[in-house]
Design a protein around this ligand. Structure first.
Ligand SMILES: C[S@@+](CC[C@H](N)C(=O)[O-])C[C@H]1O[C@@H](n2cnc3c(N)ncnc32)[C@H](O)[C@@H]1O
Length: 399
């Protein structure tokens, strides 16, 4: 795994200027001059092709590779084995009630991936404890879940009682010492889609308490971190020249292949309006520079583009002169969006590489701390793009 990490690290360091600079901010990134054939190919893609490439890291690298050879290297490096065991099809109705369809399949795949479970389970950031209840039933083991959200905790315990489950949840902040003290060397800690700082706290506390086994599917690496500067966990990653910030981490999870068509359409329109406003503000301020705008709810799309610009201008303390025709910026924004969404694909070519770099940092930290790790894709990316599963077992010699 170290070898893969070093190769990814070299690529991400060498091409940082390509994957860091968003074409949302800079309309013609420097690489477009260096790779004219790549730029020409991108700008000729249809909307459907862009959507397909955005949702499939392998296909994206494959298609980009003839124009940008590093994409082939990335494609080779990001291949992880799929978990061999298939989920069992025998579903218990009691458990499945109240669980959204996609979550059912993720949980069954997670369970198949960890295969043999024999120790009491502790589920970190369990939400409604769907995973914990399923595993308690399948393996006849006690499960303790931890979650900070009072309503979720209450709901989870009601669901567990209704099916007479051996699983229960305690309300707890997993960043607190109290949560850490609940981990013991006889447990198997599990977490499905625990965000950045939350799964880091699980790993650090598990190492400290010599937890027997940890099975983790990480997600949203940029969330719940203590600072804007990313601190790698492993000694290997700490010695890298690559210094990541929270914004970089966000890039590792920028993917929308499980979003509905409606959500995607709204996101595109909002981006297009934002780009239209960006061109407008450059004109008003006489400064050809991107102006950061805070997140805006898609609810604003029910109004007109003119109202949108007036709203954002107010947020930024700008006055739009009456002589300026705002309407024309809507069409200009659409044109910018067309170019942006195509040029952005080059940045996305590095997305899975960045995610794997982060996952390998966690894996190497566990290995440095006396665990043996396996890394698999526990389900297809269509079910969830955050489909990398770390399974770590504490080596007996170290106990
Ligand atoms: C992405 S959800 C995952 C839930 C569940 N594991 C699943 O896959 O459906 C993240 C969960 O973390 C919980 N959470 C967020 N911050 C937390 C904290 N500081 N301590 C404990 N739980 C937290 C949220 O309430 C939420 O239920």
């Amino acid at each position: 795994m170290k070898k893969t990490f070093y190769q990814l690290d070299r690529i991400l360091t060498e091409y940082a200027d390509v994957w860091r600079i968003s074409p949302f901010i800079s309309s013609s990134p420097a690489w477009t001059q260096e790779y004219p054939k790549l730029t020409e190919w991108l700008l000729a893609l249809s909307g459907d092709e862009v959507d397909e490439l955005q949702g499939d890291d392998n296909l994206l690298c494959q298609k980009v590779a003839p124009y940008f050879s590093v994409a082939q290297e990335i494609l080779n490096l990001i291949q992880l084995p799929f978990c061999e065991k298939q989920p069992s099809l025998a579903r218990s109705y009691a458990w499945q009630r109240d669980v959204p369809g996609r979550k059912v399949e993720q949980i069954e795949a997670f369970s198949a991936a960890i295969a043999d479970i024999s120790d009491p389970l502790l589920e970190w950031c369990c939400g409604k404890l769907h995973l914990g209840r399923y595993l308690a039933e399948q393996f006849n083991l006690p499960v303790l879940g931890l979650d900070i959200n009072e309503k979720l905790v209450e709901h989870a315990n009601q669901l567990a009682q209704r099916m007479k489950s051996n699983a229960r949840v305690e309300q707890c902040d997993v960043l607190s010492d109290e949560a850490k003290s609940k981990l013991t060397s006889q447990q198997h800690a599990i977490a499905l889609h625990a965000c950045g700082g939350l799964h880091v706290s699980l790993l650090e506390a598990s190492v400290e308490n010599k937890v027997k086994r940890i099975t983790l599917v990480p997600c949203c690496y940029h969330r719940f971190n203590q600072s804007d500067q990313f601190h790698p966990l492993s000694k290997v990653a700490q010695s890298s020249r690559l210094k990541l910030e929270n914004d970089d981490l966000r890039n590792a999870v920028r993917q929308s292949n499980t979003a509905s068509d409606r959500t995607r359409a709204k996101r595109k329109k909002l981006q297009s309006w934002r780009l239209g406003f960006d061109l407008l503000q450059r004109e008003i301020r006489h400064v050809d520079e991107y102006l950061p705008v805070p997140p805006i709810s898609p609810a604003i799309l029910s109004g007109s583009f003119v109202q949108f610009c007036e709203h954002v201008a107010t947020l930024k303390g700008l006055k739009i002169p009456e002589a300026i025709s705002i309407e024309k910026y809507e069409a200009l924004g659409e044109k910018r969006f067309f170019e942006f969404s195509r040029l952005e694909l080059v940045r996305m070519t590095f997305r899975r590489a960045l995610e794997l770099w982060l996952v390998l940092d966690r894996v190497m930290y566990l290995e440095e701390s006396g665990y043996e790790c396996t890394l698999t894709q526990f389900c297809s990316a269509d079910l969830t793009p955050r489909n990398i599963l770390i399974d770590a077992v504490r080596l007996k010699a170290i106990i």
